[in-house]
Design a protein around this ligand. Structure first.
Ligand SMILES: *Cc1c(COP(=O)(O)O)cnc(C)c1O
Length: 360
């Protein structure tokens, strides 16, 4: 079979999405499924919609365009602030975008008027993680300016935590977002349809039984695809953590010394940490490398240890197992490894439904 490849089990993705949709519905929270790791796959998008998610969110307009052209029947949200240079594509292909800059919203307004469309805007609020967001003190002004712009509909507010600085969503910062929603509504006499509390890192908070206040939407990517919450990378109860796996092929298998010899300088990727073992090992090379994935995010099979990687080679110690050229090895993926394999043109994507490969 073609190699390297990711095997994507659509039934497991459906199960994960369905389970999260149902668990959050109890708390009045709907799910925006984040597709940025799936390169706009029509089948994965369809699976997410069948599982009951309301909206699809992606950080890349290209992925949204791919899904639109394939006829994915969903409301689409651009979850990264639009580039000025992409404003007209954003207006044309998305229903809503997340925004933090008035200059951008103003350009979206121009484009919306030209296209005779209405574009929805969610204003992102900075609550401490220091990635995107308007500082809370500046939000009132941003709302006022946004409301003035023709062709723009203020749909709500949102925040994003845990991604850059690892700030955990908790009762305090989520209550702050709720309070901000209430005060904007009171000040401007309007209703915010969306209060988007965050990403998969919000799940422990959301299902802890804490008061979820005004939060009525979460944007979930990693938890659906990998079955884990990103704060401590623990498996989420009842979800599959192996919906997506990576298979790579052995191209060299030899017994070699564990320690290199010669005068040691930098490698192609900086300074190497010294080999730990002494003596001879079963060294196996797989035909996958840093061009395809993040080797530090691969979970090898039991008794296999990853020793290093270059652009095109993954070197493992296969322990007591002697592998043969042509053998395949299956890896679990963390989020970093996942986004790289999914976006590498060198890694085939093989989708399965009902245990059968899906033609696409
Ligand atoms: C990627 C992303 C998400 C999804 O995050 P997960 O941890 O994969 O659930 C949500 N919101 C924004 C703004 C994102 O960029």
């Amino acid at each position: 079979m073609i190699s390297p490849r990711v095997e994507i089990n659509l039934d497991k993705i459906w199960h994960n999405a369905r389970t999260l949709v149902q668990r959050l519905a109890v708390h009045g929270i709907s799910v925006t499924a984040v597709t940025k790791a799936t390169l706009g796959s029509y089948e994965i998008a369809g699976t997410l919609l069948e599982a009951g998610v309301d909206t699809l969110g992606d950080s890349r307009i290209e992925n949204i365009e791919t899904m639109r052209h394939a006829g994915v029947p969903a409301s689409m949200t651009l979850i990264r602030s639009p580039m000025l240079s992409q404003a007209s594509r954003v207006v044309k292909h998305t229903d809503v975008s997340f925004n933090t800059e008035l200059q951008v919203i103003s350009k979206l307004s121009d484009c919306a008027q030209k296209a005779k469309r209405t574009h929805g805007v969610v204003l992102m609020v900075e609550l401490g993680d220091l990635r995107e967001g308007i500082m809370p003190d500046d939000l009132e002004n941003a709302v006022r300016e946004t409301l003035r712009l023709p062709g723009i509909l203020l749909k709500g507010i949102g925040t994003n935590l845990a991604c850059r600085s690892g700030v955990s969503p908790d009762a305090r910062n989520m209550a702050e977002l709720s309070a901000i929603a209430d005060s904007i509504e009171a000040e401007f006499g309007l209703r915010l349809e969306i209060v988007s509390g965050g990403n998969s890192a919000n799940l422990p908070w959301a299902i802890s039984g804490a008061d979820t206040g005004r939060i009525n939407d979460l944007r979930l990517g990693e938890s659906i695809l990998l079955g884990r919450e990103p704060l401590h990378r623990q498996p989420i109860d009842g979800l599959h953590t192996d919906a997506i796996t990576l298979i790579a092929e052995v191209i060299e298998s030899k017994v070699k010394p564990s320690q290199p010899w010669g005068k040691i300088a930098q490698t192609a990727f900086g300074v190497n940490s010294p080999a730990r073992k002494q003596g001879q090992i079963s060294q196996t090379i797989l035909a996958i490398g840093r061009q395809d994935t993040d080797q530090s995010g691969l979970g090898p099979p039991l008794d296999i240890e990853i020793l290093g990687a270059s652009s095109d080679h993954l070197i493992v110690d296969s322990g007591v197992n002697r592998l043969s050229v042509g053998d395949e090895m299956t890896f679990q993926l963390n989020y970093s490894a996942l986004i790289r394999v999914m976006t590498s043109p060198f890694v085939a994507k093989v989708l399965y439904r009902n245990a059968r490969p899906v033609k696409h």
